[in-house]
Design a protein around this ligand. Sequence first.
Ligand SMILES: NC(=O)C1=CN([C@@H]2O[C@H](COP(=O)(O)OP(=O)(O)OC[C@H]3O[C@@H](n4cnc5c(N)ncnc54)[C@H](OP(=O)(O)O)[C@@H]3O)[C@@H](O)[C@H]2O)C=CC1
Ligand SMILES: O=C1O[C@H](COP(=O)(O)O)[C@@H](O)[C@H](O)[C@H]1O
Length: 626
Amino acid sequence: MPLARFVITSRFTCSGTEQERGWWVRQAGGYAGQSGRERRRDDESRRGEGDSVEEEGKRVRTEYRSPINRTQNHHSYHCQFAAVSLFRLAKSNLATTGLSPKEETRQFFMSGGSGDSSPASGRASLSCLSDLKDIELSSESGCLSIVVLGASGDLAKKKTFPALFHLFQQGFLQSGEVHIFGYARSDISDDGLRERIRGYLKGASDEVISEFLQLIKYVSGSYNSSEGFELLNKTIAEHENSKSNKPGSSRRLFYLALPPSVYPSVCKMIRSYCMNPSSNDGWTRVIVEKPFGKDLDSAEELSAQLGELFNEQQLYRIDHYLGKELVQNLLVLRFANRLFLPLWNRDNIANVQIVFREDFGTEGRGGYFDQYGIIRDIIQNHLLQVFCLVAMEKPVSLKPEHIRDEKVKVLQSVTPINHDEVVLGQYDGYKDDSTVPDDSNTPTFASLVLRVHNERWEGVPFILKAGKALNNRKAEIRVQFKDAPGDIFKCKKQGRNEFVIRLQPSEAMYMKLTVKKPGLEMATEQSELDLSYGLRYQDVKIPEAYERLILDTIRGDQQHFVRRDELRAAWEIFTPLLHDIDAGKLKALPYKPGTRGPSEADELSKRMGYVQTHGYVWIPPTLSKF
Ligand SMILES: NC(=O)C1=CN([C@@H]2O[C@H](COP(=O)(O)OP(=O)(O)OC[C@H]3O[C@@H](n4cnc5c(N)ncnc54)[C@H](OP(=O)(O)O)[C@@H]3O)[C@@H](O)[C@H]2O)C=CC1
Ligand SMILES: O=C1O[C@H](COP(=O)(O)O)[C@@H](O)[C@H](O)[C@H]1O
């Protein structure tokens, strides 16, 4: 199996015996090399598997090898424990510090990775994927109850439970401390719910799936009656008591996989009957799904209702695009690469496109979709979040509040949308759905231009485009650069530089550039620098968006969730346009399913200065050639 390698070095003068030191190093190796579940199953004697230790005088160098198909968080988690062991080693404190391992880890990092405070002089350092934020956020313990409200629904079975399962598989949800509760109106048993979910849990043996399913209990009740929520609270409390939990330290996470119309009543019920009983170390957090309102006023009303019940630190407004690998990569890409820093502005960039395409229609969701349309369904949330990360200024730090402050600022710099820079479409056959009114003007396609009134972006159009029932399925960001001035190669017809970040499918980043055509002639052609994740990160399993975001909630990290003022700023941009569409002032143009949408959208892109590359052919690289 391919292995990732972490190197942890430790310099110390150690008073412990060789045997004692060896035990801690083996322990660290064991943590780094095995998953939580594997580790629990294994006996002491196998813990050291996968590590190699060499002693060079006073220096111990330990290499941890771990299968690279694990997630970064996973590596990070194990390295934290590995670090604890080395910390202890560095401090020569082989007995006990009286602190929990997580507290020890925090101290290790707080001291800059140094163990100098010990009586014996020592120093340990860790070079791996771990980071301080991770350590700070994961220091909670206590019984964890995850409650999925709307457990019988589509989202729950397709996304929420599978995401929880993946977290369980990777050792993030330990059966010793976690319990999962499904809550819905349907009158089904625990086993009934488990059987509904089973078919959506993939990539593991029946035994592991069954082990996970046994963690799930079902409680039936309505969304506005006290009886149901009292019963839910009682069931959660029984579980917490059965786990000899420190009073008040329990953690309760409520996931609302429900239509927004019931959010206020459900939140009221949670607040009245199901809160974590005291506030020692424990918490109560609520994840709410989109749509958060239909326009500025309704969103503000919803925010006010929820805001009376929970504070902002307890509310997690999920936008699953923020959990996608390449969306999470955007800040790293922009701010950790010198290459992009001087280029990312109006001097160099001609236009930016953020595109979402789906090759299927509303498929039985017409009734819901017709109330919202493609702008509320995709553009106002998913594409706008991506836009923020592409256009915002550098945050002061990676703290969630610093990042979200910058997102709000860029949203507030967006100027009102010009109706001349909007194309709407509706695919033929959309109204065949019996739940869609015959006279519906709801757009299933929209292309519109956002303009940012600031020093960096003045004059650069951001084209946000989304459509259903189109010719293919993809989501990508396309940053098109201006022409090179003083072109001596006469190669304009071959295209501009474009930096493309494909969010899905087949995650990739590629830079389209002009190169000399190999051969004797001095001719140019369009080629690319290509980072295809499938090739570069073979065997790495990219986590599902929901998986990451649920884990973030457990850790209390709100970076990838939408803050109330951010939501408000987002609705401020789109509400006037949406009201005009609802009033019939803008018409959706018909387009045939399986096409690119209305041709007016391509004309709009052209009008915005987008220059399409003609004659460019991508030859996918294959490993067999090398
Ligand atoms: N690593 C990888 O996986 C790589 C893959 N490739 C592949 O190579 C192919 C070509 O790449 P690339 O040039 O980037 O992408 P495309 O040819 O798919 O699209 C280029 C641009 O032209 C627009 N466009 C496409 N057709 C029309 C049309 N008929 N009229 C007006 N505009 C149009 C697209 O808009 P819209 O988005 O609306 O379709 C997009 O903005 C793609 O399939 C790409 O996925 C290339 C490099 C690396
Ligand atoms: O939120 C939504 O997203 C999905 C598309 O999600 P993706 O992760 O598959 O890109 C979309 O189909 C749905 O209409 C919308 O509500």
